[in-house]
Design a protein around this ligand. Structure first.
Ligand SMILES: Cc1ncc(COP(=O)(O)O)c(C=O)c1O
Length: 394
């Protein structure tokens, strides 16, 4: 066999739908020495991770910990534990991840009632109310808070009120929202929530923070069928991540937990509200700069995500060519549109560590040059000035 060269990975500015760039101290944390997963040092660190996750989710839920797996594992964790065959699940579908939730819920044997909205728009409370009225005994309602495939942020509070009024539990996907905009699990009475490390927490992909309310735990205890997934059964995981005597369940990814610990520490050092404000500020800067390049954010006005911007591709421009030039000539990754938005949008992430004015300006300059080369009339200096001015407003 020919010898294989040592790994060479380029430096990128990760302005796509995730992963975002991780700060140097998060990457450095992953290179710390390994210890055993039942080592007292690791066990102490698990406790700190749980405590920090409660602060970030703004919850007192006892059952709050990172599932070993990416965001999709957190999604499966919530559904396999809460749903039994024959249960009714009302699921908001306004993009890829709502569709995935519906698929996962159906695989649990649930009867899925989809509440669909056009991609780019939010799930409206009225549509949830209509679906709940059609259901016989809805077990849960699930929505994606920040739909990464479209850039829309669905407000939670009214949907939560309707859900509980109907006697159901609320499941919330916060993979892209956590750490990038307000997420208030206890105030919003969310029963089951999952997230991911690779977006606004600015940690590599690999863990999925989750939290279950006491009500969700009661429903798990009242199950009549065993949870079909051994790996994701919360009752088994509780003896590993819970407070008492730790019992071996699986071997937690040690280095990933180091990275999560450091990324949560950095987040809390910055302060949740400051972090949200930083995301809002740089979204505003991007919006202002794009306008000067003749571009706009196309998701529903008033509900646009700060951390994931759906930028409309101008007529006559080949979006894939622009994306390839951004990556190959400028080292910038942006995402393509998916499903009905394929070819129509670029998905520009400003998540966690990536959300900076420098990155916004670098992208605007690169995009301006590429669009100018393609014959579009653009003034890059005006775009940079507009972005800087917008970021300076409090
Ligand atoms: C809203 C949302 N939910 C779930 C997922 C799935 O997460 P992962 O790809 O980490 O498994 C993603 C990933 O992009 C997401 O954006």
């Amino acid at each position: 066999m020919n010898s294989i060269a040592a790994l060479r990975i380029p430096e990128r500015i990760l302005m796509g739908p995730g992963p975002s760039n991780a700060p140097p101290s998060v990457l450095a944390a992953m290179s710390r020495p390994l210890v055993g997963h039942l080592d007292p040092a690791f066990v102490a660190m698990m406790e700190e991770i749980k405590a920090m996750l409660r602060q970030v989710f703004i919850t007192r839920n006892e059952m709050t910990f990172p599932v070993s797996g990416t965001g999709s594992a957190g999604m499966e964790f919530c559904f396999v534990n809460l749903l039994e065959p024959g249960d009714e699940a009302v699921i908001g579908v306004n993009g890829v991840f709502g569709q995935r939730m519906a698929d996962v819920a159906a695989r649990c044997g649930a009867t899925v009632i989809k509440v669909e909205a056009e991609w780019g728009r939010i799930i409206e409370p009225d549509a949830i109310a209509t679906a709940l009225a059609k259901a016989t005994r809805p077990k849960l309602v699930a929505i994606v808070h920040a739909e990464t495939s479209t850039g829309a942020l669905t407000p939670v509070e009214e949907i939560s009120r309707l859900t509980h009024q109907a006697g159901a539990m609320l499941v919330l996907d916060t993979v892209t929202s956590l750490g990038g905009c307000p997420v208030r699990i206890d105030d919003w009475q969310v029963d089951a929530v999952y997230s991911g490390t690779q977006k606004c927490l600015s940690c590599p992909p690999g863990l999925s923070p989750v939290s279950l309310s006491e009500r969700a735990m009661q429903s798990v205890r009242a199950r009549t069928h065993r949870v079909q997934s051994w790996y994701l059964d919360v009752s088994l995981l509780a003896s590993y991540w819970g407070d008492g005597q730790r019992v071996y369940h699986h071997t937690a990814p040690i280095s990933m937990n180091y990275a999560l610990h450091e990324s949560l520490r950095l987040l809390l050092e910055e302060g949740l509200e400051n972090r949200w404000a930083r995301h809002e500020r740089h979204h505003r800067a991007l919006h202002a700069g794009l306008a000067m390049l003749g571009l706009s954010i196309v998701s529903q006005t008033g509900h646009q995500l700060w951390q994931l911007n759906a930028v409309g591709v101008p007529a006559g421009v080949d979006e894939a060519v622009v994306r390839a030039r951004l990556l190959n000539e400028f080292g910038i990754e942006v995402g393509a549109g998916l499903g009905p938005l394929k070819g129509k949008i670029w998905r520009v992430g400003l998540m966690g560590h990536t959300s900076s004015l420098d990155n916004v300006r670098t992208l605007l300059a690169a995009l301006g040059q590429i669009l100018g080369d393609a014959g579009q009339r653009v003034n890059v200096q005006d775009a940079l000035a507009a972005a800087t001015a917008a970021a300076a407003v409090d």
